[in-house]
Design a protein around this ligand. Structure first.
Ligand code: SF4
Length: 298
């Protein structure tokens, strides 16, 4: 389908400098691996969403262009490299994400926590958002990441429940909601964030149910964007939703009680993530990071 006029990528200078800095620190970004349309603008700011744990994923989601295959062992120097690159870029807000590592016993949770700690040590004033896989719902892995104290915990739902078999075959809609709920229970003082795409064939009723499920799971921040087919191997776009649809959803999400909702054709999970954090209505009160009860795995 032809791209509608409201889907535009912007080429801005500064992209190359950020890219060469990332290569110098032997780092990958989801921006590049997932062919994000906003990369030019973000890299020029500069900002980037660091992708740790390698560039090969153990899953193969229909919407994603990240390579699927047998990942390398985690690079032990990566946490420090991320902190060094963030310092060199002068970042006040860092997003750390990863491929899914179902091959690792903790799903890579310890590597996430070491990366948060390395950033904290090097840049104490910098905010850290982690965008994690579902760790197969393992509560211990979640606890490991949350105890490192990120400012925002993000796990994307990506689409509505009915479309999971095609869009995220190795994931589970209910399990991902449980991960968000468990994160909220384990760390009530950390903002919980999630996001999904439109244009994969979902109905307005299904989107309404997803919003309700996210709110019930304790989600504070929400991102809604247009699915764009990254390669011919990926799922086709079923529909390009008009900007008004996104705006209506943004207003609806706010009226439902989400602290902040970014919704628009070019909106992506980590795009302007700092703005979302900085303009939410007031910091959360620190509270006990862990409910005493030894509940079953999420
Ligand atoms: S889990 Fe899915 S979306 Fe995430 S990197 Fe792997 S293939 Fe892409």
């Amino acid at each position: 389908m032809r791209l509608p006029e409201w889907i535009r990528t912007t080429h801005v200078p500064g992209l190359h400098e950020t890219r060469s800095l990332l290569r110098r620190h032997r780092l990958a970004t989801v921006c590049e691996e997932a062919r994000c349309p906003n990369m030019g603008r973000c890299f020029a700011r500069p900002t980037a969403a660091f992708m740790i744990l390698g560039s090969a994923c153990t899953r193969n989601c229909g919407f994603c262009s990240v390579v699927s295959g047998h990942p390398e062992p985690p690079d032990e120097k990566e946490p420090d490299n991320v902190a060094a690159a963030a310092a060199e870029l002068g970042l006040r807000y860092v997003v750390v994400t990863s491929v899914t590592r179902d091959d690792l016993a903790d799903g890579g949770a310890r590597h996430f926590s070491r990366t948060i700690e390395a950033i904290r040590q090097r840049l104490p004033a910098t905010k850290v958002e982690v965008l994690t896989p579902d760790f197969k719902g393992r509560r211990e892995a979640l606890r490991t990441v949350l105890q490192a104290g990120p400012d925002v915990f993000n796990h994307n739902m990506e689409t509505v429940e009915r479309l999971y078999p095609a869009v995220r075959p190795a994931a589970d809609y209910r399990r991902s909601l449980r991960v968000l709920r468990a994160a909220k229970d384990l760390a009530p003082h950390i903002f919980i964030k999630s996001g999904f795409m439109l244009g994969l064939g979902e109905t307005p009723d299904e989107v309404g149910r997803l919003l309700q499920d996210l709110l019930k799971a304790g989600c504070d921040f929400l991102t809604i964007g247009q699915y764009l087919q990254p390669t011919r191997k990926n799922l086709p776009v079923v529909e390009y939703m008009r900007p008004e649809v996104f705006e209506d959803l943004r207003k609806r999400a706010r009226a439902m009680g989400f602290r902040f909702a970014a919704s628009g054709p070019m909106v992506r999970s980590s795009m302007n993530a700092d703005e979302m954090y900085n303009c939410n209505p007031g910091p959360k009160q620190p509270a006990a990071t862990e409910r005493a009860s030894e509940e079953e795995d999420a």
